[in-house]
Design a protein around this ligand. Sequence first.
Ligand code: IDP
Ligand code: MG
Length: 136
Amino acid sequence: MSNVKQTLSIIKPDAVERNLDGQIKEEFLNNGFKIIQEKKIQIEKQEAEKFYKVHETKPFYNDLCSYLSSGPIVVMILERENAIIANRELMGSTNPKEAAEGTLRKKFGISIDKNSVHGSDSEENARIEIDFFFKS
Ligand code: IDP
Ligand code: MG
């Protein structure tokens, strides 16, 4: 039975700044994802605060929101069989130093905050995050 799903991916400012967005999109395509929609935008800090609201109480929340709004990002709707899990696997661990060989964060990430990509962590959050960026 088909289990095709959609997930939200963000190429974060550190990767866009280093012109890695083309290469990262290639990685998604090579791993069976379709890019259904994409846009390059820069968001306000207030929008980043809304997007990362689940992390509101974390000590890194303020820096995280400043960072996501610090430069252009590429947001994408990715579609694939088991898209949410498949994207989390392709991204690798949050901390690039702990990420497995071959993962995007291992290849491109600089540090735990500048880890190049975001991916939704559940079906429910994928829907919420897709709507956040793409619902007109
Ligand atoms: P995830 O991006 O792998 O889902 P989350 O725990 O949801 O990781 O954290 C969201 C983002 O917050 C991470 O991608 C990373 O950029 C940042 N972050 C997470 N933990 C830390 C930390 O301990 N210090 C600084 N930044 C962090
Ligand atoms: Mg997360």
